[in-house]
Design a protein around this ligand. Structure first.
Ligand SMILES: [Ca+2]
Ligand SMILES: [Ca+2]
Length: 183
């Protein structure tokens, strides 16, 4: 089975630098199924008018007390949003950091049993096609988000507590992800 280039960034629970031009549709799960996420120019790239999701399953079994790093960028657009997904158990139980370029809006929220159980939001400039380095981490009490090294959001998640794998989602735009690293 083809696996992600898991060791390219050094020690990690799971990481992929998206640098080898091969993105496995066996290692990752896509929604809609068969959607073409393309690894090119050192990044994972996707364009979607409708929602498109890629989840690192089965390649990564998930984590609970962990930190997820990525660098992502979006071309933005009127109805666009892009998300970094963490602690993904299934499509009813996960955490996401969602950004809306048009509104310069950053939203951190948890879905538990299909319902939003925790949510915080902040304004911070989002420039089209500008990369942002993001860390989303859970210490057992709070989920925190830092952007380019500066704290931006945190929240206490509801029940059940988050656990699971990582992924990406977008709608109405083009987005690129330089790497994902979980520790
Ligand atoms: Ca690859
Ligand atoms: Ca890369």
């Amino acid at each position: 089975m083809a696996v992600a280039d898991n060791d390219a960034l050094g020690g990690c629970l799971f990481c992929d630098d998206f640098d080898d031009g091969v993105f496995s549709n066996i290692a990752w799960t896509f929604s809609p199924a068969g959607n073409a996420w393309i690894e090119a120019a050192g990044k994972l790239n996707e364009t979607g008018t409708r929602s498109a999701t890629a989840v690192a399953s089965p390649v990564f079994g998930g984590c609970r007390l962990c930190a997820i790093d990525t660098s992502f960028q979006t071309s933005g657009g009127a109805t666009s949003h892009v998300s970094l997904i963490g602690w993904y158990l299934d499509d009813r139980n996960y955490v996401e950091l969602l950004i809306r370029e048009r509104d310069d809006l950053w939203v951190l929220r948890q879905y538990a049993n299909g319902t939003i159980t925790a949510k915080v939001r902040a304004k911070r400039a989002i420039l089209p096609d500008h990369p942002y380095a993001v860390r989303m981490s859970f210490d057992g009490t709070r989920i925190s988000v830092a952007v380019d090294g500066a704290a931006l959001l945190n929240m206490v998640p509801g029940s059940p507590p988050p656990v699971g794998t990582v992924g990406f989602d977008l709608k109405g735009t083009t987005a690129s992800f330089d790497y994902v690293r979980v520790n």
